[in-house]
Design a protein around this ligand. Structure first.
Ligand code: ADP
Length: 549
């Protein structure tokens, strides 16, 4: 195999040792190596500042430096140049430390085999190159995954490439919805002119990388027959090109293009490195494209929701007035305000009032939901004597039940005073109780209320002044022995317009908004609501509210 000629700098103050190395390398052939020799660290640093050098052979015992201190200076100042330290037979421990501190390898002095030394030097150069590439990839990866905004990802990517790799200009071409390539980010090119060229000329180099999904190398624009507009690149001072596709999950998103001002034929290794870099960049680009798409959809969804909510608010408001009037007038007729009516007329008028009332109830629910959605409902905070409050709520159900469902109330007589919004609490509990009755054909509905927690930790504790302690909460349980709710439907019942089994119980005034409002009101009161249910056995809704709302 033919290797390029390697420029070596030997830093060695012992003339005999230096001669050994010179002779060994001479054996391998001067067409393979070019050797420069200095005897001080300072001379070595000066040499690499002024001359090209591929690798340094560094003795660790020099007139102006010794041991790890020399290694430290070299790692700091040699930059990209790999170095191999030379140690004595008994110095291996020191050599290992030197490798840990940045040397690529070590060589124990003694008999020098030229071929082995040549191999070690090439290995050191390769190792340094690999280290540099890994750290470049890591650096770029950290930068481009630090944000999800597409334009920042692209700018950071090109800024890092500019800093870490040796290209005159770069560009990221990404495919639009119709497959057209657009230059979304670039460095050191006239962006608008390049975009225009791509629009006018469908066969650009980047286009062919995109279409073939493979890297493309053009070492000289002027002489490569594949280039359609060589004059364009020459005009901007570019001679060669490497393009690598940005591929993620088998989909080509675009092309990462590198332009150089001098003729350049990158090695297979380099192209492979650029492809790895492009793969990494493609993931970051893909993620930010997904992120932007999600953001856009969220905005659209919000807009659609706003329109729907406005519509809902408007319609319910417009319907409320006439329906209330219709029910009111029908009531007046049934009450014989305008004279006698017959039995049949009364029957149908009562049906009209009944249906009209349900309709009015539905409209009210829609209005409340629209207000909740618009964030127009706030929670009040007032002191509520819970015992009185529940007695009142309970009396509203007197005489309302058929004899197939029994409604039981279970709460201690010494319930505390709590700070909350009584109107909303009544709304929540009425809804839960009404649902429990509605979904229980035969059996029992129980409403149980308890004080939980608080500083004294006593069940049903009550503080001296009758106001519950600050850590305490009140638990309201509404349990029924009705039809129950399937497990997978439980998370859905609090969503808007969700009714199970396609139930549209318009005759009962329900629209699937009851539990949605219950949930939102509960949140407004700073509480939480949970459900436990078994189909065929019944459901238990548990509302927990802080005492100090
Ligand atoms: P609706 O206006 O239909 O009652 P809700 O939002 O109050 O709407 O309830 C949503 C759905 O949750 C109901 O349609 C019903 O399927 C189910 N559900 C609510 N409460 C119960 C319950 N106690 N038992 C069984 N299913 C219930």
């Amino acid at each position: 195999m033919n290797y390029p000629r390697i420029k070596i700098l030997l830093v060695e103050d012992n003339p005999a040792d230096a001669r050994l190395f010179q002779e060994a390398l001479a054996e391998v052939g001067s067409h393979n190596f070019e050797l420069a020799h200095v005897s001080h660290v300072s001379q070595a640093l000066q040499h690499i500042g002024e001359n090209e050098c591929d690798v340094i052979l560094l003795d660790l015992s020099l007139p102006d430096g010794h041991g790890l201190e020399v290694v430290e200076r070299m790692s700091r100042q040699a930059g990209e140049i790999p170095f191999v330290v030379l140690t004595g037979l008994n110095d291996e421990e020191m050599a290992v430390k030197a490798v840990r501190q940045g040397a690529q390898d070590y060589w124990v002095k003694g008999q020098v085999d030229g071929t082995l030394l040549a191999r070690a030097l090439r290995h050191a150069i390769e190792r340094k190159r690999a280290e540099r590439r890994i750290s470049t990839l890591r650096d770029i990866n950290v930068a481009i995954t630090s944000t999800l905004e597409l334009s920042s990802v692209l700018d950071l990517l090109l800024a890092k490439i500019d800093l870490l790799l040796n290209y005159s200009a770069t560009g990221v071409w990404l495919a639009g919805p119709n497959g057209e390539l657009d230059l979304l980010a670039s460095r050191n090119v006239e962006k608008e002119a390049w975009k225009a060229l791509a629009r006018a000329n469908p066969h650009t180099s980047s286009r062919s990388v995109f279409d073939n999904g493979n890297p493309l190398i053009i070492s000289n624009f002027k002489v490569d027959p594949r280039v359609q507009s060589p004059g364009f690149f020459v005009k901007y001072g570019f001679v060669s090109y490497v393009g690598v596709p940005l591929i993620v999950k088998n989909e080509t998103l675009g092309v990462l293009s590198f332009y150089s001002a001098e003729e350049r034929l990158p090695s297979e290794d380099e192209v492979e490195f650029l492809s790895t870099l492009a793969g990494q960049a493609a993931i970051a680009i893909h993620n930010s494209q997904l992120h932007e798409e999600t953001k856009r959809q969220a905005v659209e969804l919000q807009k659609a929701n706003n329109v729907k909510d406005e519509f809902l608010g408007f319609i319910s408001h417009e319907l409320k007035t006439p329906v209330t009037a219709m029910v009111g007038y029908a009531g007046l007729i049934v009450d014989r305000t305008f004279g006698e009516i017959n039995r049949e007329q009364e029957t149908y008028l009562r049906k009209l009032i009944d249906r009209g009332s349900h309709l009015s109830q539905m409209i009210n629910t829609l209005l409340v939901a629209a207000k909740v959605e618009a964030g127009a409902i706030k929670a009040e905070s007032e002191e509520i004597a819970l015992g009185d409050f529940l007695n009142q709520l309970r009396s509203a159900y007197d005489g309302l039940l058929n004899n197939k469902v029994a409604l039981t109330w279970d709460y201690p007589s010494d319930l505390p005073v709590v700070k909350t919004d009584g109107g909303k609490l009544r709304h929540i509990l009425s809804n839960l109780v009404t649902n429990a009755i509605k979904f229980t054909e035969k059996g029992m509905v129980t409403v149980a209320v308890r004080v939980r927690g608080g500083p004294s930790r006593h069940f049903s504790s009550r503080s001296v002044n009758g106001v519950a302690g600050s850590g305490a909460s009140i638990e309201f349980r509404v349990a029924d022995t009705g039809i129950g709710i399937p497990k997978d439907s439980i998370p859905l019942i609090f969503e808007k317009f969700h009714q199970l089994n396609g139930l549209r119980a318009s005759h009962s005034g329900s629209v699937g908004l009851g539990l949605y409002i219950v949930k939102r009101f509960t949140e407004l009161l700073g509480g939480r609501i949970e459900v436990e249910s078994h189909p065929g056995e019944g459901s238990t809704f548990t509302l927990t509210l802080p005492c100090q709302g």
